[in-house]
Every structure is written in C-alpha cells, then in structure tokens.
Design a binder for this molecule. Structure first.
Ligand code: THU
Length: 159
C-alpha cells in the first residue's frame, strides 16, 4: 500500500518594505549594510544577514570565504552562530537576509538546518525575511517552512 503525502508551506511576498513592521524594516536595512562587510573575493557574491534577539539586540553576519573553499561560511550561519555564541540565553526572533541580486536570495540547505535547530532549541519560531536588490521581500513566519522534513533525529546517546 502506498499513500501520496503533501506538505504545504506559505510565505508573503511584499513588493517593498513599506508595509513591514518597523523592527523588520530596520533588520533588513542592517542585513543590507552587513553585505558590504562580506569577504567574498572568490564568488563575488556578497550576502548580509541580521538576527533579531529577544532583548532587542541585533547580531549581524556576512559571508566569509577562504581560499580553501569549504572553509568559508554563509552570512546566515555567521550571524546565527555569533548570536548563539555571544547571547546563548536570548531567543532569536527573526533573521533578515540580503543579496544585491534581482533574484531573491534563498538560504542554502545547511543554513536552513541551522535555523531549524535553533527554532527547536528555543521553542519559538524564527521569522525569516529575504530581500533582493529591488527591495522586494519574502516573509516566512517560521524557518521550518524553509525546510520541510528537516533532519530531526536527536537520540545520539542511545547508540
Ligand atoms: N551564501 C550566503 O552567504 N548565503 C546564502 O544564502 C547563499 C550563499 C554565500 C556563500 C558563498 O560565500 C557565496 O554566497 C556564493 O555561494
């Protein structure tokens, strides 16, 4: 016997930041600024990210590359790990991500997995906002919508 299953995700598309909450506008503006601090000499694809914490603080990140290619890291994980390392007790409310491209930026699978785990760890959804060079925004109210069926096994001790 077999069954076809389907998963639905939803997000909102805005043609500008006008309708967004001011806290999200600021977060996106900071993500855009962070892209200017990227170290991306190999890809020439600067990306900026900004994480909003429960206490109102923001933590920024930009992609950091290295000539030993796998050693680099995406902007999202630079920001998320920095928030996790410096403010481990603060919940992450939202992450904004910016790339200076007409096509909307879309986080890679590894960054989605990291968002998913922080979301689970803190028991609170992380909002995700993506912005392109035209100032168009995609809004997800939880990061798990970006990674359906993400890796959730957490029983490593029992083996
Ligand atoms: N990159 C990010 O920082 N975030 C993304 O969402 C996609 C890709 C970086 C990794 C690498 O430095 C460059 O963009 C090209 O892949």
């Amino acid at each position: 016997m077999s069954k076809v299953k389907s998963i639905q995700i939803s997000y909102i598309e805005y043609d500008s930041t006008k309708e967004l909450k001011s806290i999200h506008k600021t977060l996106l503006a900071n993500a855009k600024e962070m892209a200017e601090q990227a170290y991306a000499p190999y890809s020439n694809f600067p990306v900026g990210a900004a994480v909003l914490l429960d206490n109102g603080k923001e933590v920024g990140g930009s992609n950091q590359e290295n000539r030993a290619f796998p050693s680099g890291l995406c902007a999202e994980r630079v920001a998320l790990f920095s928030a996790g390392a410096n403010f481990p007790k603060q919940k992450i409310l939202a992450i904004a991500i910016y790339a200076n491209t007409e096509e909307q930026i879309s986080p890679c699978g590894s960054c989605r997995q990291v968002m998913l785990e922080y979301e689970e760890k803190q028991g609170k959804d992380i909002e995700v906002l993506l912005m392109n060079s035209k100032g168009e925004v995609r809004y997800f109210d939880k990061s798990s919508h970006l990674l359906p069926l993400g890796f959730k096994f957490d029983n490593f001790q029992s083996k």
